[in-house]
Design a protein around this ligand. Sequence first.
Ligand SMILES: *[C@@H]1O[C@H](CO)[C@@H](O)[C@H](O)[C@H]1NC(C)=O
Ligand SMILES: *[C@@H]1O[C@H](CO)[C@@H](O)[C@H](O)[C@H]1NC(C)=O
Ligand SMILES: *[C@@H]1O[C@H](CO)[C@@H](O)[C@H](O)[C@H]1NC(C)=O
Ligand SMILES: *[C@@H]1O[C@H](CO)[C@@H](O)[C@H](O)[C@H]1NC(C)=O
Ligand SMILES: *[C@@H]1O[C@H](CO)[C@@H](O)[C@H](O)[C@H]1NC(C)=O
Ligand SMILES: *[C@@H]1O[C@H](CO)[C@@H](O)[C@H](O)[C@H]1NC(C)=O
Ligand SMILES: *[C@@H]1O[C@H](CO)[C@@H](O)[C@H](O)[C@H]1NC(C)=O
Length: 391
Amino acid sequence: MKLALSLVASLFWAIASAAPFPAQVAARSKLPRLILYYQTTHDPSGRPISILPLINKQHIALTHLIVGAFHVHANHTIHLNDHPPRSPVFHTLWNETRLLQAAGVKVLGMVGGAAQGSFTKATLDSGSSNNNNTTTATTTTTSNAFEKSYALLRSTITSHRLDGIDLDVEEPMTQAGITRLVRRLHADFGADFIITLAPVATALLRPGGGGNLSGFNYTTLERQVGGKMIAFYNVQFYNGFGHMGNTALFDRIVASGGGWDARRIVVGQLTSPVNGGGFVGHKSLARSIAVLRRRYGEIGGVVGWEYFNGVPGGVGKPWRWAAVMTRILRPGREPRLRITRETAERLKEAWMVAARAAGDGNGTVTTERWAGLVPNVDYAGMVNEYSVGRE
Ligand SMILES: *[C@@H]1O[C@H](CO)[C@@H](O)[C@H](O)[C@H]1NC(C)=O
Ligand SMILES: *[C@@H]1O[C@H](CO)[C@@H](O)[C@H](O)[C@H]1NC(C)=O
Ligand SMILES: *[C@@H]1O[C@H](CO)[C@@H](O)[C@H](O)[C@H]1NC(C)=O
Ligand SMILES: *[C@@H]1O[C@H](CO)[C@@H](O)[C@H](O)[C@H]1NC(C)=O
Ligand SMILES: *[C@@H]1O[C@H](CO)[C@@H](O)[C@H](O)[C@H]1NC(C)=O
Ligand SMILES: *[C@@H]1O[C@H](CO)[C@@H](O)[C@H](O)[C@H]1NC(C)=O
Ligand SMILES: *[C@@H]1O[C@H](CO)[C@@H](O)[C@H](O)[C@H]1NC(C)=O
């Protein structure tokens, strides 16, 4: 009898101590991050693609969403993809990002990417020369084009209440130019504002490394901004600049002497093989991630390019990519969505406005068809919080 009791007690102890963290500790722990880029905001017929499933569906523990791509143009305009960020095309997007933020997800904007022009001499790299002189980079370099370009970026961040910015420099930029930009963002928005960069993986190797798209030296940038202004790196391990079928490249980066802490490297992955080259299956990725977490204690996380067609769900259920990643990275740490009936009604209206505005520029959702237009998102069905005494 005694034996049996103590067996029960020790079994209980084994189970209790195997539980990863008390819930409160888990909720506060930020690592490893689970991040998604959100660039395709509408389907081909102009219907907004909702991101709410990322907080409404079960078993997803997203930590950051990165909205992109913002482009700063030489003619002193800023676009989010093909429209000004304030366009009604994005009413759904900006209404929904507020809800993600309320659920604890940080929302960042991504500037740059494959479409070039934001980091040139006519825009955010204006007036800088290619040297390391930190004095030159901050004080002696002033330029009208830089100030105008930067002002557009700053007001976009403020208007849309972005929690941070991801600088995806995929065109040659000067060392002084990137340093100036990071310092300015940090000075204007403070220590809680999340500044990230998105280098291709080989750009973090040295000396001479592998390929790079941004020209400047990331190790030098880290030193110039004191290692604190840049929160983490969304490192692209795909498209010929590395892959995650094994951990070799990640290991080489950490061992390179460039000063890269595994906890600041977020592993960039394609969410679908159709989004580029070097897609790695989820099982293989899970194995590599497990090895890395054992080896380094923790890693920065995983970031997916991009939301709308992630596998295994595809365009019909793209959030399932994030559910699979949650199982790999952050099981049991979901934020909770709270939606009232009023919120659901506002979202429905925003969806209609956004769909019509996008349709205007395309002709697919034509005026004649507006009559029958209904959101393909069941906002009413998401209501899970009821205001007392208002029924
Ligand atoms: C416009 O509609 C066509 C299909 O009719 C689609 O191929 C195209 O991608 C749409 N463009 C936009 C910007 O949605
Ligand atoms: C500014 O330049 C962009 C990119 O070339 C272009 O799409 C946009 O229409 C231009 N805007 C104005 C007001 O000229
Ligand atoms: C910048 O500084 C680094 C050392 O901090 C040095 O290796 C590099 O050559 C310098 N580049 C230029 C253009 O001066
Ligand atoms: C950096 O530039 C400033 C201003 O041109 C100059 O006074 C200073 O000597 C330079 N520092 C270095 C290390 O080259
Ligand atoms: C980057 O700069 C560091 C020191 O600042 C230097 O040791 C390294 O070789 C440079 N990397 C490349 C790829 O030039
Ligand atoms: C970036 O790539 C260019 C050309 O491919 C090369 O000349 C340069 O040294 C590289 N810079 C760094 C910092 O890796
Ligand atoms: C939400 O959508 C409504 C209705 O279309 C719009 O008036 C409002 O500006 C949107 N809110 C945000 C934060 O974009």
